[in-house]
Design a protein around this ligand. Structure first.
Ligand code: NDP
Ligand code: GDR
Length: 329
């Protein structure tokens, strides 16, 4: 019997990579998509990966429990991956209530549907290293205390604890993946890696002169989304549900990540990079560095892609995309 997976956030970066992985493993893959006035462009990431015709999409919204109930009832999934969220940290100060509804309470809407309609399904919650926030320990593991620094981080922490609560209260097979930053050519352009690779590609092609960034002293533990979705799947294959940190174990400043991109195309960073105080955040997470040893010990997961290889792949993808756009227009 084919296994059946339901993915919320299937049109996002991770949703697309996870859909591809599960299709390769022989799953029947279903995804939740919210209605958009831009019909037709919503699944561009799935198209980029060549899987848009192989997944079944259902109209629904994490804010609307009735839509999720209908979908869970129809699909009867074996595995549910809750990847949908308002996921941009900066936007969470501009829309803190909406972020709380989608990123926090939205997870509970889905947990309720699983609990009442499909309790045997295994559930994955997309938790985040943003929950660590103001760092209490130099290297963060599953036992590091949380101290979120943004409305997004607070909302994620609520969903994280509700996932644990549903596991302990109702015996659901529900796991939290505490994922550190992960990127790819499918990353939204508002996030710093993709903003940098897109900006560097534009400068290289003569379409822009400068790149404006905020706090380039912040440090992040960056991995590749393709590697990280494997960890999500592996978590749900374990006999017992649990919570796992997923990270590379290496941290790098935004500036050093930027240098990789500029060097790749032979440009000097100091001739193009401008620091814009307007892009600094009301509260910053200065440094993140994860310890993935629990995931490695439990199911052998480890990051496969270096930061250098990933940034170069992203720059090349942005160069190709911009050249295509230029040629077409
Ligand atoms: P993206 O921002 O690329 O994707 C978010 C997805 O959520 C999109 O498909 C979006 O749909 C969907 N969505 C947003 N609001 C709703 C809603 N109300 N109802 C239904 N769907 C909705 O995120 P990523 O793929 O990067 O991340 C996946 C998950 O992992 C997120 O929960 C994120 O917070 C979390 N995470 C990400 C990390 C990272 O570094 N990437 C690290 C740790 C956690 P639409 O296309 O319509 O906008
Ligand atoms: P983050 O990712 O907030 O860690 O959340 P982002 O790429 O947005 O920021 C990383 C760091 O770069 C600094 N920075 C800038 N960031 C952006 N976006 N734009 C800029 O111009 C800029 N200049 C400097 C930021 O201040 C920050 O320190 C991501 C999201 O995917 C979350 O959903 C996820 O949970 C966490 O990663 C883990």
């Amino acid at each position: 019997m084919k296994k059946c997976a339901l993915i919320t956030g299937i049109t996002g970066q991770d949703g697309a990579y996870l859909a591809k992985l599960l299709l390769e493993k022989g799953y029947d893959v279903h995804g939740v998509v919210r209605r958009s006035s831009h019909a037709g462009v919503f699944d561009h990431r799935l198209k980029w990966l060549g899987v848009s015709n192989d997944v079944t999409l259902h109209d629904g919204n994490l804010l609307d429990l009735s839509s999720l109930a209908r979908i869970v009832q129809d699909v009867q999934p074996d595995e549910v991956y809750n990847l949908a969220a308002q996921s941009f940290v900066t936007a969470s100060w501009q829309q803190p209530v909406l972020t709380g509804h989608i990123t926090g309470l939205g997870a509970v809407n889905l947990l309720e549907c699983v609990r009442t309609l499909r309790p045997q399904a295994r559930y994955y919650q997309a938790s985040s290293s943003e929950m660590f926030g103001l760092i209490q320990e130099t290297v963060q593991s599953e036992s590091t205390p949380f101290y979120p620094r943004s409305p997004y981080g607070v909302a994620k922490l609520y969903a994280h604890w509700m996932t644990i609560n549903y596991r302990e209260s109702f015996g659901l097979h529900a796991s939290n993946g505490i994922l550190f930053n992960h990127e790819s050519p499918l990353r939204g352009v508002e996030f710093v890696t993709r903003k940098v690779t897109d900006g560097v590609a534009r400068i290289k092609l003569g379409l822009a002169k400068e790149l404006r960034l905020g706090n380039i002293d912040a440090k992040r533990d960056w991995g590749h989304a393709r590697d990280y979705v494997k960890a999500m799947w592996m978590m749900l294959q374990q006999d017992a549900p649990d919570d796992y940190v997923v990270a590379t174990g290496r941290t790098t400043t935004v500036r050093a990540m930027c240098e990789i991109a500029f060097q790749h195309v032979g440009l000097a960073i100091d001739e193009h990079l401008i620091i814009d105080p307007k892009l600094f955040r009301p509260a910053e997470v200065d440094v993140l560095l994860g310890d993935p040893s629990k995931a490695k010990g439990a199911f052998g997961w480890q990051a496969e892609t270096t930061l250098e290889a990933m940034i170069q792949e992203m720059v090349e993808a942005d160069l190709a995309r911009l050249r295509d756009t230029k040629a077409a227009g």
